[in-house]
Design a protein around this ligand. Structure first.
Ligand code: SF4
Length: 309
């Protein structure tokens, strides 16, 4: 097939061989445990039972948008009121319980009814399938693609009778933002982040409790930080945050590690989040960056600054 001009379908073998040792050293220098406190993954780390982990993780991932200092108290407050076992809580949750928990709840696009659908959807999945993993795997096997699996997963979670919920808590507002269905062309960052937590690992960050899904099929949770780092490292030339760009970045990461392509995600994302590699490049940051020899941007930034001295 003729390659589209400018198309970029992953790193070449030689480029991957050059980048891999630098990324490995970069990963080794990242204090993942210290960064967990700045990441919504801190919430599922409060639990030991896999069902509590998968339920608290989906709630945390779904609400992990906007400013961390604003969504974190919301997730914390909800989980605190759900008691020691979020899985037991959602399994038993009915409309009256949802009204008690969620009356007055607002976080940016989302109101109580949106959250009630998510929580009751998870409760129904646990009652009918035994785990959120089993529900996801059913859709994955039926569709054969990650996009199809996530679309089936969110559609099943949202399949909750709405009339009584609306009567108890009012109309939904940002349900599609919380739990997109149908899944569009966007990168579905928070859903892919959830999958990374559940599927890959275990290590200091990710849980690896979904054993039926291989880490090799995961897609990078693409956000502005990963998008910028991916451009810097030549993992893609695309600048939009779409599913297609996430596929292209993941194809490049797969050249580095075919079995576990998204293992670099946490370290790269937190490098951007921490301000070490800001959107507006800073020569002093680039000069001391261990990724400089592989970066498409940094050497120019450093050279320009040197000329100006
Ligand atoms: S060299 Fe500069 S632009 Fe490149 S990754 Fe490092 S900090 Fe970011």
């Amino acid at each position: 097939m003729k390659k589209r001009r400018g198309a970029h379908t992953g790193l070449s073998t030689q480029a991957a061989e050059r980048l891999r040792p630098r990324l490995e050293a970069f990963m080794a220098s990242t204090d993942a445990r210290a960064r967990i406190g700045f990441d919504p993954v801190e919430f599922p780390h409060r639990y030991r039972d896999p069902r509590d982990v998968e339920v608290s993780a989906l709630l945390a991932a779904a609400l992990a948008y906007g400013r961390a200092d604003l969504f974190r108290p919301k997730v914390h407050a909800l989980l605190s009121r759900m008691g020691p076992s979020p899985a037991a809580f959602v399994r038993a949750l009915d409309v009256a319980g949802a009204r008690e928990l969620l009356t007055g709840f607002v976080y940016r696009f989302n109101v109580g009814t949106d959250l009630a659908v998510l929580l009751m959807g998870m409760g129904r999945a646990l009652r009918e399938h035994g785990s959120l993993e089993a529900l996801f795997v059913q859709g994955w096997k039926a569709s054969g693609t990650l996009h199809g699996a996530l679309a089936a997963f969110t559609a099943a979670l949202r399949d909750i009778p709405m009339d009584s919920l609306r009567e108890a808590l009012g109309p939904e507002r940002g349900l599609h933002h919380l739990l997109p269905s149908p899944l569009g062309p966007g990168a579905a960052k928070r859903l892919n982040l959830y999958l990374r937590w559940m599927v890959r690992g275990p290590d200091a960050v990710d849980f690896g409790i979904w054993k039926q899904v291989p880490a090799s099929v995961l897609l990078v949770p693409l956000d502005t930080h990963i998008g910028r780092m991916a451009l810097n490292l030549g993992l893609t030339r695309r600048t939009d945050l779409t599913w297609r760009t996430a596929e292209e970045v993941t194809a490049s990461l797969r050249a580095l590690d075919p079995l576990d392509p998204v293992r670099y995600d946490f370290a790269l994302c937190h490098y951007g989040m921490s301000g070490a590699c800001p959107a507006k490049t800073l020569p002093e940051h680039c000069a001391r960056c261990s990724l400089l020899p592989s970066c498409k941007v940094g050497p120019r930034v450093v050279a320009r600054a040197t000329l100006q001295i």
